[in-house]
Design a binder for this molecule. Sequence first.
Ligand code: CP
Length: 306
Amino acid sequence: MDNVSVGTFWGLVRTANWCRAVHQRVGAVDLLKSKEIKIVFWQESTRTRGSFETAAGRLGARYGTTVDAGKYTSELKGESFEDTIRSFSKMCDLMILRTKEKGSARRAALVSHVPIISAGDGAGEHPTQALLDAYVLNERIPNGVPGKTIAFTGDLRDSRTARSLARMLRMMKPARYIFASPPELGMTDDIKRDVSAAGIAIIETSDLRFVQKEADAVYHQRPQNNNRTGGESAEEIASGYRSFIIDKAFLEGMKPEAIVHHPGPHTFELTEEASLHPKCVMFPAMEMGVYMRMAVLLWVFGIECP
Ligand code: CP
């Protein structure tokens, strides 16, 4: 995340808006027709894999996807992670990886012959999700993120999306963050240090009603059972989440223009009715995510939008 400057972020937003306008007027373009992309996922995904495939297709790139890479690569025969990356990277111009362990994206970048985009790195970071979340929040909060109160709620300790967005939004100068979680799932000290150093006030609480009254935007997280760093069982975590369920009543008790966002997939912590409510931007964000990922692909290949 740290190599995305303020200028780069706003350039990506401009390009994403351009991609949206072009897609809506003319459909697909061929700006990446000479490029080959390998999408390799060691972990399950709906949105990230789907939106990278759509983004690549709309820009005219050729791409191939390997899902469940631990099973469908020669890793199963004993090949090292590094050799899998070295091998695939000899066959394409760009790799997009979702990996299981924090730090794997960096390990891949060290041995790859082509650029790597991380599509989620265990309990580490999820940089393109943070870009699209920042894009969505800034567009959907009236007058944008600057000066606003942004709440991060639910399982913050193990959520790569919350960690990445908390860092990404620093450059947009929100006034304060509320970190609201069950006590054992609080935001980690490294992120709190980075946020405080950027001059953003932090309030920590376990009270979702406080969030409801104070926040301009809520970024809600499910229990991260697939990337858990503690020893708790899923049942123990679910029990602590009883007061972290966002429903229609929560949404309708917020400030009139406040919104809820969720990176997806949602489970019981966001009711279906709430997920489809006009104050929840989770599904609109999936469309905007394709435009942001188109912008990221163009940026990686050094292609400026006209
Ligand atoms: N937000 C997100 O990363 O969703 P997927 O796991 O479905 O890609």
